[in-house]
Design a binder for this molecule. Structure first.
Ligand code: SAM
Length: 896
């Protein structure tokens, strides 16, 4: 579904869950892939090597309480397996080729319990929910027979059997003894691999069936990664808290699963002998891969009859671990890839600062010159690289190599300047010496082919003695063989000034790698293998940069199409690359309007975090907004939203008037880039958006926002040609007005537009309504020449204010929205100035990540850096966060 197609969902609450009852009560082994579509077992009953009895009892009680208190309607809807982000993968499908579940009809029983029954008192204590008298309260209505339903399962996947006769501690399957806590292969689909799980319980039902309860491990291809899972180590599993009841016959054989400490590289750290290992857990919610907090290397079998208990995910453990690593720094260095004019990094730094963390954009890369100009103007502290990401990656590698070579040389006292002549360069064809140029110094470095010689490589920008900077030339390193001291001088100073990041020097990498090959408007999309499409290659380059620099945190942004196009394979690829690098990952879909902007704009964000760090959460909405645009249903559980029924304190939706009503009127022909404000701010939004940089960053001693920035930048519209200007002058100033209000057309009973028989023409002789407007969306659209209205929320700010295809006219002035008005809808503070031609500036603004969204993400990042966040997927922002500067958040009583 393309943007603009409506898939209306009330946000922040999602739709109610589907009915629970399963028409088929047969307890087939329910697989990781199936279960992930339901919910994690409440109470997070996880495995712990320390099976202390009190912990066990506590957790069981928790689970019991939760099961009883669960209110179906308060839970997020869980899409069914086949639709889900972590759904079926080939060969591992839950429903294809179901294993034989019935007991062997002929011959000897090959699986049965051995040893004594667990004494009834002990069984009741350890598995109380199985024996509760009133357990019918939370079992399904069809609680007859052997498989009853548990209300906690939205998708009726996890069947909790409640008609229990007794529990056992051991079973024998095909002559092998199984104890509680053992890991086993569980029958998989006919033509697929067996599943892998850990046995938590053995019990017999009143109707004589033997069961085991299994907690599942996921293979990479069982998760959201799907087909890309084949590139992962096939011995690597992902721990989950999903579990369910299965017939004992489903057990195939024993496997040894060990836990490996999380690490970005497993090189040099052999994993103990095992069939499988795991170092992360997986949750289908927000497609999350995160570290499992224990320091054991093996997953021991708790000696029977102990019940397995939870791995301790208490955040305190994470805090201790992280603080011991001594990685905290007062300033965090950010690299902004595909930076554009800097919307993403600017917001991240604002938000991090609001949380108390000094995140600084040290480097930014973009191949667009005008965008780099904007960055230079607004971020004088940043090293801005106007080059392609692929050249930047090659440069990083070369820079690291040069740094190692020259830094390891003893730093020599530089000799007084000597004449260093590039002889090769100055030899004439006849071998006679030309007049010599002398290298004064090297002033810059790049990788690529800046002078279009046809040869890529490392190049230095050379300043020549006796010449000015405008005579600088780019010289390949091979031509500077005799200028070793100059190179050393440049490299050593460059290392000191950190002109380029080296591995380990970047704390955060953010970026929105463009994927032009998936655009909904692009007819030439390579659906079969999108990653082979050159235009989608940047997502790979972005991940290669992450792989080389190994930052602590990553934030990738993209359009929803990466989850929609070709079964979402680009989004899956991005997660897969992070997990492959042993990074934690979490993916969310966020709507800009939910963070205090009058714009819907839905985007995908992917967090990555080094295993030594805490994986940042997603910030819950601050504003009550209806999400209008579709997202793929299988990623529904990635939408950053409150659960249905969850208590929330949301502010009223922001509308166009809130954002721009204070701006001075300008005409279609306005040419001034700067002008006075003329009016005071009228709304909270306007006060906030006029704040100074120091207020936003919290560096001023008092609130100075309104007086600091008396000049209004960029408040001019893209000028319309004469005919279009005359047309828009005729569009009435009222809500919903559009080209349909122009003369010369009639509107049929089916709401479609056609030309009237009698035509009135414009002074130019053209019709008032151009043909494209009539034929747009079969004549049914209201968008061409549409006027926005004060009480509306804009769909999305695009790269160009195209009044031919979308409503972008000012409510009461005859022009399109100005650049500043668009910038406000994107949450750019008024002090932020854009550079380049007007069209280029509109593009930068339309391309940007909405600053209010990145600011809220920056806050979550800052909380994670300070180890103040929990291991839950979502966090709540401080009250009034979206329209309060850092100064105001620091001293809430201050007023702007
Ligand atoms: C969606 S915009 C990024 C917006 C930016 N994140 C922000 O919030 O303002 C994508 C940017 O990628 C840049 N770009 C496209 N291909 C590139 C490449 N191969 N290397 C570097 N930059 C590239 C474009 O010039 C554009 O500015």
């Amino acid at each position: 579904m393309a943007e603009g197609d409506h898939h209306q969902l009330t946000n922040p609450a999602l739709s109610p869950p589907p009915p629970l009852l399963d028409p088929n009560p047969n307890p087939d082994p329910i697989t990781p892939t199936q279960l992930q579509n339901g919910h994690e077992a409440p109470g997070k009953l996880e495995i712990s090597p320390k099976s202390e009895e009190f912990m066990e009892a506590k957790l069981l009680k928790q689970k019991f309480e939760m099961l009883k208190s669960l209110d179906r309607n308060s839970r997020r809807r869980s899409p069914r397996l086949v639709e889900n982000g972590g759904g079926e993968s080939s060969g591992n499908t839950a429903n294809s080729g179901k294993p034989p579940l019935k007991k062997q009809k002929s011959g000897r029983k090959i699986s049965f319990f051995i040893g004594d029954r667990v004494p009834p008192d002990e069984a009741r204590r350890r598995w109380p929910w199985r024996y509760e008298e009133n357990n019918v309260h939370f079992s399904g209505q069809n609680n007859i027979g052997h498989a009853s339903k548990c209300e906690n399962d939205d998708d009726d996947e996890d069947q909790l059997i409640l008609n229990i006769k007794c529990h056992y501690s051991q079973a024998k399957v095909a002559n092998v003894v199984f104890n509680l806590g053992d890991c086993a292969y569980i029958k998989g689909p006919k033509r697929g691999p067996n599943y892998i799980g850990r046995i938590l319980e053995f019990f017999e039902s009143e109707d004589g069936e033997d069961y085991c309860r299994v907690q599942w491990f996921f293979r990479a291809q069982d998760t959201v990664i799907k087909d890309d899972g084949i590139s992962h180590d096939e011995k690597r599993l992902f721990y989950s808290t999903l579990m369910n009841d299965n017939l004992l016959d489903c057990i195939v054989s024993k496997v040894k699963v060990v836990q490996s400490a999380p690490n970005v590289s497993l090189k040099g750290r052999p994993i103990p002998e095992c069939d499988f290992y795991f170092d992360m857990k997986y949750s289908v919610d927000y497609s999350t891969f995160s570290k499992v907090i224990t320091d054991t290397t093996d997953l021991p079998s708790p000696s029977p009859p102990m019940m397995t208990t939870g791995i301790d995910t208490d955040i305190k453990c994470i805090v201790d671990e992280a603080s011991n690593s001594g990685l905290c720094k007062p300033e965090l260095a950010l690299l902004d890839m595909y930076a554009g004019c800097g919307g993403m990094s600017t917001g991240l730094c604002f938000g991090a600062k609001a949380s108390g963390i000094n995140l600084v954009t040290r480097w930014a890369v973009d191949m667009d010159e005008a965008a780099c100009e904007s960055l230079r103007f607004n971020h004088p502290e940043t090293q801005i690289r106007n080059e392609s990401a692929e050249d930047f990656l090659d440069l990083l590698k070369e820079w690291d190599r040069l740094s190692k070579i020259y830094a390891n040389h003893e730093v020599k006292e530089l000799k007084p300047r000597v004449r260093e002549v590039d002889e090769d360069k100055n030899l004439k064809a006849d071998g006679k010496r030309n007049h010599e140029y002398e290298v004064d110094k090297l002033v810059d470095i790049c990788y690529g082919d800046p002078t279009e010689t046809g040869k890529r490589g490392i190049k230095f920008q050379v300043r020549w003695i006796g010449y000015s900077s405008k005579d600088d030339t780019w010289e390949p390193i091979e031509n500077l063989g005799k200028c070793q001291e100059r190179i050393q001088d440049f490299v050593l100073k460059g290392i000191k000034a950190k002109i380029l990041p080296r591995p380990g020097e970047v704390d955060v990498i953010c970026g929105g790698p463009p994927c032009q090959g998936i655009s909904g408007y692009n007819r030439f999309r390579n659906v079969d293998s999108p990653l082979d499409d050159e235009r989608n290659r940047q997502i790979k380059i972005f991940m290669d940069i992450v792989d080389f620099l190994r930052p602590k945190y990553i934030l990738m942004e993209n359009v929803i199409d990466i989850l929609r196009f070709a079964n979402g394979c680009l989004g899956r690829y991005a997660i897969s690359r992070l997990v492959h690098m042993h990074y934690q990952a979490r993916l969310g879909i966020m709507a800009a309007g939910c963070y205090g902007l009058p714009q819907f704009r839905l985007r995908v964000f992917l967090w990555g975090a080094h295993p030594h760090e805490i994986l940042p959460q997603f910030p819950l909405p601050t504003h009550n907004v209806v999400i209008q645009y579709g997202f793929p249903s299988e990623f529904e559980r990635n939408v950053v939203a409150y659960d249905e029924g969850q208590s929330r304190d949301l502010e009223k939706v922001i509308v166009l008037g809130d954002a721009i009503s204070d701006l001075p009127p300008v005409g279609n022909d306005e040419i001034h880039d700067n002008m006075p404000y003329k009016k005071s701010p009228e709304t909270e939004f306007q006060k906030y958006i006029r704040a100074s940089e120091s207020d936003m960053m919290g560096s001023s001693s008092s609130c100075t926002s309104t007086c600091n920035n008396p000049v209004l930048y960029d408040h001019l519209p893209y000028p319309l040609g004469n005919d279009d200007y005359l047309r828009i002058c005729k569009i009435p100033k009222r809500k919903g007005a559009s080209f349909r209000d122009l003369p010369g057309i009639v509107i049929g009973s089916d709401n479609s537009v056609r030309r009237a028989e009698e035509q009135s023409l414009m002074p130019s002789g053209k019709p008032w309504v151009p043909e494209y407007a009539i034929s747009f969306r079969d004549g049914r659209s209201t968008k061409p020449f549409g006027r926005l209205w004060w009480d509306e929320t804009v769909a999305t700010v695009f790269c160009f204010p195209d009044h031919h295809s979308r409503p972008i006219l000012h409510p009461e002035q005859d022009r399109v929205l100005t650049l500043r008005e668009c910038a406000r809808l994107q949450g750019f503070p008024d002090y932020y100035k854009f550079c380049g031609k007007l069209k280029e500036r509109y593009r930068q603004v339309g391309n940007a990540v909405a600053v209010s969204v990145s600011r809220s993400l920056g806050y979550s990042l800052g909380m994670a850096v300070q180890k103040l966040s929990s291991d839950k997927h979502l966090m709540t922002l401080p009250p009034k966060f979206s329209h309060s500067t850092t100064i105001q958040l620091k001293s809430p009583s201050s007023d702007i």
